[in-house]
Design a protein around this ligand. Structure first.
Ligand SMILES: *[C@@H]1O[C@H](CO)[C@@H](O)[C@H](O)[C@H]1NC(C)=O
Ligand SMILES: *[C@@H]1O[C@H](CO)[C@@H](O)[C@H](O)[C@H]1NC(C)=O
Length: 407
């Protein structure tokens, strides 16, 4: 066991206090794993004080066999699984993170100190409401039509690559239309064929980054590589919310004080792979992140239920989540509720959480009342309960989040 201290940036969303603050020291556990059996590659033992690190040879051997080390639960032993096992987990609605251990040692997610309660006072309502008024539903509908037209957006399929290229082009064209914004759009390459995408509106200063994320991949659970997976709600909805928020912000001449980034992640469905890679690269580069907002599924209202925004309570920053509630009150026609937990590795906010960055996840409803068609050929805009007027509220929230935190 080692003791590390962690410095966190307290941003102006927290009662106007700005600056560095040293949190109390936190135990940070070095986790060592040991393979139990050389034939059955089932269980790896995690212990705080077992100093028998997995060997590079063993890691190599298992990887060569196509096995992946998956973390199924926070703080619980990771396990070796095949690609087929991964699919079986997804079909059983068990979420996981693919972990990529350093050669000699595996570090599991570490719980870092969380933030202070937020000051619930969105302070740029006139400006934000004027930008929100420019959100055009027809743009989101057209963009979702293009995204769902790809057979699927799986991270290992060519149509998944094509979908990434389509987003890079579409968002790039928007940036090119507003050159004074100096916004950039880049593919973030991974070790698999489908890239993630990062669009950045630079700040007038180089302060901590405000990040809005969605995942652009989709999956058909019975046939991931070539099965039909339109992914209209999961997560075409969040993806097009972000494209339209990006467009309206640039069209307004938005010049943030600190950088604002829009991310479309690859391979969320395969264990948050894209967002983990990006969050880890930000962490190792020492990049400060002011706040991260995840939009994953924003377009479904369960027939007969009251329309609400569900704030996911686990693997998020409590103070930031309270702040999202105040943005909803100021800018949305919908009420918010605290959702039941969505669980470990539920969406990309978890990748940022695990790197110690404050993240929040407003979801389409209470977890459990969400769209039942996801991960299938039926996740289309024609599905019962799919609601554009509901999804629109999340585009508004995205604009408000980017503006209030970036300005
Ligand atoms: C709304 O969009 C119009 C047309 O692009 C633009 O002229 C106007 O400045 C925008 N308003 C705001 C507040 O962004
Ligand atoms: C997966 O795709 C196939 C072929 O496109 C389709 O028939 C099947 O229904 C899909 N599976 C699911 C779970 O929707």
């Amino acid at each position: 066991m080692e003791i590390h201290s962690q410095r966190r940036y307290i941003t102006d969303i927290y009662g106007g206090r700005q600056g560095w603050r040293l949190h109390s020291t936190q135990p940070r556990c070095r986790i060592y794993i040991m393979k139990l059996s050389s034939t059955f590659l089932g269980v790896a033992l995690v212990a705080l004080s077992v100093h028998a690190a997995i060997s590079e040879a063993e890691l190599k051997e298992n990887r060569a066999k196509g096995l992946r080390l998956l973390s199924l639960k926070d703080g619980v032993d990771p396990v070796w699984k095949t690609e087929d096992d991964k699919l079986a987990l997804l079909r059983a609605h068990i979420r996981f993170m693919s972990t990529t251990p350093a050669p000699r040692l595996l570090q599991l997610p570490i719980r870092l100190p969380r933030s202070q309660p937020a000051d619930p006072a969105p302070s740029h309502q006139t400006q934000v409401k004027a930008i929100i008024a420019n959100i055009t539903l027809a743009n989101m509908q057209s963009h979702l039509g293009s995204l769902t037209a790809f057979n699927n957006r799986y991270y290992k399929s060519q149509t998944g690559v094509d979908a990434t290229n389509w987003i890079v082009k579409t968002v790039g064209d928007i940036a090119a239309k507003y050159p004074t914004s100096q916004a950039t759009v880049k593919a973030f390459a991974h070790t698999w064929i489908q890239s993630s995408i990062v669009a950045r509106i630079p700040g007038t200063t180089n302060g901590p980054v405000t990040i809005l994320g969605a995942h652009m991949d989709s999956i058909n659970l019975s046939n991931p590589t070539s099965g039909r997976a339109p992914g209209a709600d999961d997560d075409g909805s969040g993806s097009v919310n972000l494209i339209e928020a990006f467009r309206t912000l640039l069209a307004s001449g938005f010049k943030p004080t600190t950088p604002v980034e829009f991310h479309w992640y690859s391979a969320e469905e395969a264990g948050l792979l894209g967002s983990q890679a990006i969050a880890k690269s930000y962490k190792s580069a020492g990049t400060q992140v002011k706040a991260m907002l995840q939009l994953d599924m924003t377009a479904y209202v369960k027939p007969g239920s009251t329309e609400v925004i569900g704030l996911i309570p686990d693997y998020v920053d409590a103070g930031l989540t309270t702040y999202i509630g105040s943005l909803i009150t100021a800018y949305s026609r919908l009420p918010f509720v605290t959702s039941p937990k969505c669980g470990y590795a539920c969406s990309d906010h978890g990748s940022w959480y695990n790197q110690g960055y404050p993240s929040a996840f407003p979801f389409e409803t209470r977890f459990g009342d969400h769209n039942p068609t996801i991960h299938s050929a039926s996740d289309t805009t024609a599905a019962t309960g799919f609601s554009w007027s509901h999804s629109l509220e999340y585009a508004k929230l995205a604009v408000a989040f980017a503006y209030e935190l970036g300005i």
